[in-house]
Design a protein around this ligand. Structure first.
Ligand SMILES: Cc1cc2nc3c(=O)[nH]c(=O)nc-3n(C[C@H](O)[C@H](O)[C@H](O)COP(=O)(O)OP(=O)(O)OC[C@H]3O[C@@H](n4cnc5c(N)ncnc54)[C@H](O)[C@@H]3O)c2cc1C
Length: 459
């Protein structure tokens, strides 16, 4: 049997001809297509971009592998071609913390204390299936008793590192939690923050989404000021990172061992081989996304528990609705008036009259084309019923943020799987930092800033 010996990253890779794959052999690539870096970062959304900038500023070499044609992930900005008006329909508010403001200053991004400008002068709670407003329905915003319960878990603002035994309230259903603590009157308002089919979810998965920071209990919020909207963060970051970002690219196969990682990356200009001392994964931890990284038994025993929902934010143009009215979807016949998924949470006026922001959500992922068709049909049915004529709503933007919010189901929470995930950090020179760890851009930047010294220490 003939053996090849290839020296990569100071590691000797020996492969047999039978079953030998050349894809990890640097000598089979053009020199320019072999990239040696300290840290390879998978995903160029909020977390991956922050990690790349921070590591670069520490003098470390990085490469970011991003599936889409731009950085930013859930930060979605529509620029109206006619007027140049920017409408953000993804991420738009940030907690006013030093981690956030230092990052914005570093990137030359201007901010102020007015996130999410409002164009609403009236709110109508409407059954989106019939277009009929709900009479005698006024949701409560008395979050006080809910906040009292949240204060039992202040750490959840920034981490979910929960070891067994876990407080049973956290893995029992949120529907039960509402009843147990007499929080039924704010159920609808919590749902409006969460946009999830929340009653069946474990309490942890709702309160870590609609928590103290989302309700602005201990923090104030800031917003970005730019004619490019929130995307300015990622436009400026790309200017800093330049060739350290591979856009429209994905990892197709990988080898990880105690010396580092080798990643084969499919890019618009062909395959590249990346040799990285450390690997930081910030993409949703789905089986499909993680398949190229060939998880071992220990990794699988933790990461295979993740489940996710479906979320599709967008902008729709509708004619004939009164200006300045936000329509919130409320079901007349269901518990707490929560719409049954899949459903649109609301239609919110934007800077352009007749253009509305919305989220479509479902308890589980759904193919993009199916979600788009359901969304359009649902908005048309609503608009036809409200205006009394046949309307032609136009989807100006329809983004997929699916899989949305990867999280552990009840049993895994109970068993302390979150703690096992935190303990996995650095195992096989691989690190995890993304929306599954903690929700919200600033919380993610905060968490990533604590992870980076550990990554650097291993270089
Ligand atoms: C509609 C909406 C509004 C939100 N508003 C706010 C807000 O106002 N404030 C706030 O703090 N948080 C908000 N959030 C939460 C927000 O998602 C997080 O704050 C943060 O953006 C998540 O960052 P992330 O890096 O984990 O994920 P993302 O930003 O989604 O980044 C993940 C990146 O990985 C890429 N990717 C996925 N799969 C692959 C693959 N296989 N290979 C390579 N790349 C891949 C994606 O394209 C994406 O760029 C909002 C979320 C949504 C959906």
């Amino acid at each position: 049997m003939h053996l090849f010996k290839v020296s990569l990253l100071g590691l000797n890779v020996v492969s047999a001809v039978n079953g030998y794959t050349t894809e990890f052999d640097a000598s089979t690539y053009a020199k320019a297509d072999v990239v040696n870096v300290d840290v390879a970062i998978i995903g160029g959304g909020a977390t991956g971009t922050y990690a790349a900038i921070t590591l670069r500023d520490l003098g470390k070499s990085v490469i970011v592998v991003e599936k889409q044609g731009e950085l930013g992930g859930h930060t979605e900005t529509y620029i109206d071609p006619a007027t140049g008006t920017a409408i953000d329909y993804g991420v738009q508010r940030y907690e006013n913390t030093s981690v956030a403001t230092k990052y914005f200053d570093r990137l030359g991004v201007t901010y102020n204390g007015s996130p999410m400008p409002s164009y609403t002068n009236a709110t109508v709670y409407t059954d989106f299936t019939t277009g009929k407003p709900l009479t005698n329905f006024t949701p409560s915003f008395n979050f006080g008793p809910y906040i009292t319960q949240l204060e039992r878990y202040p750490f959840l603002e920034w981490t979910k590192d929960l070891a067994a035994p876990v407080d049973p309230d956290l893995y029992s259903s949120f529907g039960d939690f509402l009843v147990k603590y007499s929080l039924q009157d704010v159920a609808y308002s919590i749902y409006m923050f969460s946009s999830t089919a929340m009653l069946q979810l474990p309490t942890l998965n709702v309160i870590s989404n609609v928590g103290l920071k989302e309700l602005g209990v201990h923090t104030t919020a800031i917003g970005v000021v730019s004619e490019k909207g929130n995307h300015i963060i990622y436009i400026n970051a790309l200017k800093v990172l330049q060739k350290s970002v591979l856009l429209s690219s994905t990892v197709t196969s990988a080898r990880r061992n105690s010396y580092g990682s080798q990643l084969v990356v499919s890019t618009p200009t062909g395959k590249k081989l990346i040799n990285a001392k450390q690997l930081l994964i910030t993409i949703p931890p789905t089986a499909k996304n993680l398949a190229p990284f060939v998880l071992d038994t220990k990794e699988n025993s933790i990461l295979s528990h993740f489940v996710a929902e479906g979320l599709w934010p967008g902008i729709v143009k509708i004619s004939g609705l009164p200006a300045g009215v936000t329509y919130k979807n409320a079901a007349p016949e269901t518990l707490y008036n929560l719409p049954t998924a899949p459903a649109i949470n609301s239609l919110t006026p934007t800077a352009i009259e007749g253009f509305y922001r919305f989220y479509m959500f479902n308890a589980e992922p759904m193919p993009y084309a199916q979600a788009r068709a359901k969304t359009l049909a649902s908005i048309k049915a609503f608009a036809d019923a409200v205006t009394g004529v046949s309307t032609e709503p136009e989807l100006i933007e329809f983004a997929s943020h699916t899989p949305w919010y990867s999280k552990f189901p009840s049993e895994a929470i109970k068993n302390g799987t979150w703690h096992e995930l935190y303990k996995l950090q650095g195992y096989r020179n691989t690190w995890y930092a993304g929306m599954e760890i903690v929700l919200g851009s600033v919380a993610l930047w905060n968490y990533t800033s604590t992870l980076i010294p550990e990554i650097v220490a291993k270089l």
